[in-house]
Design a protein around this ligand. Structure first.
Ligand code: FAD
Ligand code: DHB
Length: 390
């Protein structure tokens, strides 16, 4: 098999990149480890920056997003009963969109099917070779057990944190930066009304909570929990009681409890691997970096990587200039590190750390009080939350 760009992974990074390249007349083949049902069953991010919305429009997949996405002009950051309104519109002139990653992925699969793109699911033992030759080669085993080879001009490693692409770059050529946080997020999905028009990021003496949503009738809520907890430790009744304890009383009074239809725990981590290019291979999205979810940046960073790489590959393949591909790693990393800083800051500002001293809790409180009193502080948060320019 032969293609211009081999893409490993059909998460949002791989699908978005493939869709944009196909629309520019560039051929792609996607290799995916899981079944499509599995990829579509993962409940993950929920907030799109406007840059991500624009990229999805450019990819021709905005019809359902325009109809069903819910624009949000602000968010609430709370500390106990203190509610600080961050007005994105007023502070930045921008807004964000509530639209789940699952829906983004579904829309992209549909568009790729219409485009006739080859997406091979349930492949195993993917190996990437010849990255310094005229053509790269990707070997893989199909679900039928047949070993195959795909040759390509370029390879996009869109295979997430546990994929093979990053590990294909020799260990001595990689620099990795990591911080693992001593807690996780327990998330539930439930058919009930949101507690507030806007999301609430809640700091409390009992730990962090986030009140989010997918629609007017479907909520996504999170609680900071110890890493040792399992989803089965949390009955729905226990979840709702703890959630109400952590969000402001006026929002807690509006909670209408409902049975959870999904419950899972995700660990929190900051991670960057440099460089993002190794010969004919590029790393994109979670394959190269992970942020803790507190700033809603994971999926949005994947989108900005795709933006840079898509333009670079068009320049290389259509115009014969390698300037963009040579600059990809530095350009993408420049934006990635700023989102890393913001996600780390939001995480530190809003979570209780187990071994913390009494000073740390006071620092969190005074950061939030400052936010409530300073428009400059709110503007800084808003500017980062709605997404820094590409
Ligand atoms: P992924 O979505 O991980 O996609 C990678 C794809 O590659 C997968 O389909 C995988 O099956 C495939 N793959 C892996 N290895 C191979 C291989 N060897 N061969 C072939 N295919 C392979 N972000 C937020 O902003 N908010 C959130 O609430 C949030 N919650 C999250 C919860 C969880 C449990 C996780 C894991 C992430 C969450 N994120 C969240 C982050 C966000 O979902 C990711 O940043 C986003 O999915 C990145 O997209 P991606 O395409 O780069 O990687
Ligand atoms: C959601 C997840 C986040 O990490 C976040 O910061 C905001 C919303 C969500 O799943 O709805």
């Amino acid at each position: 098999m032969k293609t211009q760009v081999a893409i490993i992974g059909s998460g949002p990074s791989g699908l978005m990149l493939s869709q944009l390249l196909n629309r520019a007349g560039i051929d792609t083949v996607i290799l995916e480890r899981s079944s499509r049902e599995h990829v579509l069953s993962r409940i993950r991010a929920g907030i799109l920056e406007w840059g991500t919305v624009n990229l999805l429009c450019e990819a021709g997949v905005s019809e359902r997003l325009d109809a069903e996405g819910i624009p949000h002009d602000g968010t609430i950051i709370s500390d106990g009963d203190l509610m600080v309104h961050i007005d994105f519109r007023e502070l930045t002139g921008k807004r964000v969109m509530v639209y789940g990653q699952t829906e983004v992925t579904r829309d992209l699969f549909e568009a790729q099917d219409k485009m006739g793109t080859t997406i091979i699911h349930q492949v195993s033992d993917v190996e990437i070779h010849d990255l310094d030759a005229a053509q790269a080669r990707v070997d893989f085993t199909t679900v039928e057990g047949e070993r195959k080879s795909l040759t390509a001009d370029w390879v996009a490693g869109c295979d997430g944190f546990h994929g093979v692409s990053r590990k294909t770059i020799p260990a001595e050529k990689r620099r990795e930066f990591e911080r693992v946080y001593p807690f996780g997020w327990l998330g539930i999905l439930a058919h009930t009304a949101p507690v507030n028009d806007e999301l609430i990021y809640a700091n409390s003496e009992h730990g962090f909570a986030l009140a989010s949503m997918r629609s007017e009738t479907l909520v996504r809520h999170y609680l900071q929990v110890p890493l040792t907890d399992k989803p089965e430790d949390w009955s729905d009744a226990r979840f709702w009681a703890e959630f109400k304890r952590r969000i402001p009383a006026e929002a807690a009074a509006r909670v209408v409890e409902a049975a959870s239809i999904e419950k899972s725990i995700a660990p929190l981590r900051s991670f960057v691997s440099e460089p993002l290019r190794w010969g004919r291979l590029f790393l994109v999205g979670d394959a190269a970096h992970i942020v803790p979810p507190t700033g809603a940046k994971g999926l949005n960073l994947a989108a900005s990587d795709v933006h840079y790489l898509y333009n670079a590959l068009v320049e290389a393949i259509k115009n014969g200039s390698n300037k963009g591909v040579d600059d990809y790693s530095a350009r993408a990393l420049n934006r990635i590190w700023k989102a890393m800083r913001f996600s780390w800051q939001m995480t530190t500002m809003l979570h209780r750390f187990d071994d913390e001293d009494s000073f740390a809790a006071q620092m969190r409180k005074s950061t939030l009080r400052h936010l409530s009193e300073s428009e400059t502080a709110r503007k800084d948060l808003a500017e980062n939350y709605v997404g820094l320019p590409y």
